[in-house]
Design a protein around this ligand. Structure first.
Ligand SMILES: [Zn+2]
Length: 341
C-alpha cells in the first residue's frame, strides 16, 4: 500500500482531493475471530459492511478532547472519556452537541481525567490548578450529559455504573459498565493511587462491555517513553470479567486493537493470554466473517480508541502524508460482535 500510495501521490498536482488512504503501512487494518471483527483502518466514506443481521456494530472513540471528525454509523457509539480539554462548560457544549448529532441509536459515554468538573468533591478543592477565574458550574454540564437533550439523543453517561440496553428492536440485551478512573498521573480528575486499584476494580461487575478511561497494564498501554502505564489490578481482574469488548483510551499513542482468547477454565489468577494478532505483526488484513478458529472459545476484543494522533503510529501515518485527528491511524475503531456466542 505504501508504494502504491506513493506512486499515486507523485502524479502531477491537480485540484482533485488527495486519494483516501485506507491502510497503515505494516499494521493490520482488520482483526477477526469467529465472534468479533475489528476494523481499524477503512474508507470513512464507505465503511466495511456489517457481516450479517445477527451481528451488532459498536463504534469506538475516545480522548476526543473537543475535536470532531467523521464517525461511521453503527448500532452503538461508545466513548471512553476525555470528552474535553479541561471540562469547561463551553468545551462540554462543543463535544455534546457533536455527540447528540451523531446517528447511532445508542450512545454510551464516560468521563476521563481531563473532564475535571465531573469528579465531584475533588474538583471543588482542585479547580484552581486549571480554572483560575473560578470553578465551572456543574449544573449545565450535568444537564448536557444527563438532561433532556441527552435522553432525546439516546445518550447515556456512566460513572461507576452498569447499564443494560437493546441495540436493536427485539434483539438481545447487552450489559455495559463504565468507569472514568485511571492510575494517578500528576493531579487530574478520577485518578487513583495504584495501591488502591484492587479495591476499585473489585467493584467492576461482569458485563458484555467494559468501558474504562485507562487501559489495563500490558495491553495497548505503551507510552512514548516505553512505559506500560496501564493498571496492573485491572489486568488481574480481567480473567474473571472476560468482557466481549473492553474499550479504553487515555494513552493516546497506544491506539489499536487486539483480540485475545481466554483459557476454558475460570481461574482469577490466570495470566492474560497473548493476543491472536499483534499490531505490527505481518498478519494480513482479512475481511472474512467466518474465520476457521474454534467458535466456542471466550474472547475479548481490546480497543484503545484514542483518536488523538501521537507516537509511532502517528509517525507511520505521517509517512503517507496523514496526521488528522481521528484520521488515518487514529480512526474510530469499528467492532462487530456476533450477538450470541
Ligand atoms: Zn486524552
Amino acid at each position: 500500500m505504501f508504494r502504491s500510495f506513493r506512486s499515486k501521490a507523485s502524479k502531477p498536482v491537480n485540484s482533485s482531493p488527495p486519494p483516501v488512504v485506507t491502510e497503515l503501512p505494516s499494521l493490520p487494518s482488520t482483526l477477526t475471530s469467529p465472534s468479533a471483527i475489528a476494523h481499524l483502518e477503512y474508507d470513512p466514506s464507505n465503511p466495511p459492511p456489517i457481516p450479517g443481521p445477527n451481528w451488532t456494530r459498536f463504534v469506538c472513540i475516545s480522548d476526543t478532547h473537543c475535536h470532531q471528525f467523521p464517525v461511521p454509523n453503527g448500532d452503538v457509539l461508545l466513548h471512553s472519556g476525555d470528552l474535553t480539554a479541561t471540562g469547561r462548560v463551553e468545551e462540554f457544549k462543543v463535544t455534546m452537541e457533536w455527540l447528540y448529532g451523531l446517528p447511532h441509536a445508542t450512545k454510551i459515554i464516560i468521563g476521563g481525567n481531563h473532564d475535571l468538573p465531573l469528579h465531584r468533591g475533588w474538583y471543588e478543592t482542585h479547580f484552581q490548578n486549571w480554572h483560575w477565574q473560578g470553578p465551572e458550574k456543574y449544573e449545565p454540564i450535568l444537564k448536557m450529559i444527563k438532561g433532556d437533550k441527552a435522553k432525546k439523543a439516546n445518550l447515556v453517561y456512566l460513572e461507576d455504573e452498569k447499564f443494560e440496553f437493546r441495540a436493536k428492536e427485539g434483539g438481545r440485551v447487552w450489559s455495559v459498565y463504565g468507569s472514568p478512573w485511571s492510575p494517578w498521573y500528576g493531579e487530574w480528575a478520577f485518578n487513583y493511587r495504584r495501591d488502591t486499584a484492587e479495591e476499585l476494580v473489585a467493584k467492576f461487575p461482569k458485563t458484555d462491555i467494559l468501558l474504562t478511561h485507562g487501559p489495563p497494564h500490558g495491553i495497548l498501554d505503551m507510552t512514548m517513553g516505553g512505559e506500560e502505564a496501564g493498571c496492573e489490578a485491572l489486568t488481574a481482574r480481567l480473567p474473571t470479567l472476560r468482557p466481549r469488548l473492553h474499550l479504553f483510551g487515555h494513552i493516546h499513542e497506544g491506539h489499536g486493537a487486539e483480540i485475545r482468547s481466554w483459557p476454558s477454565t475460570t481461574t482469577p489468577s490466570l495470566p492474560i493470554p497473548e493476543p491472536q494478532t499483534e499490531p505490527g505483526s505481518e498478519a494480513q488484513p482479512s475481511t472474512s466473517a467466518v474465520p476457521s478458529e474454534a467458535p466456542d472459545e471466550e474472547r475479548t476484543v481490546f480497543v484503545n480508541a484514542a483518536n488523538w494522533p501521537m507516537g509511532e503510529r502517528m509517525m507511520i501515518a505521517r509517512s503517507v502524508g496523514r496526521s488528522e485527528f481521528g484520521g488515518l491511524g487514529f480512526r474510530p475503531i469499528i467492532v462487530d460482535l456476533l450477538d450470541e456466542v
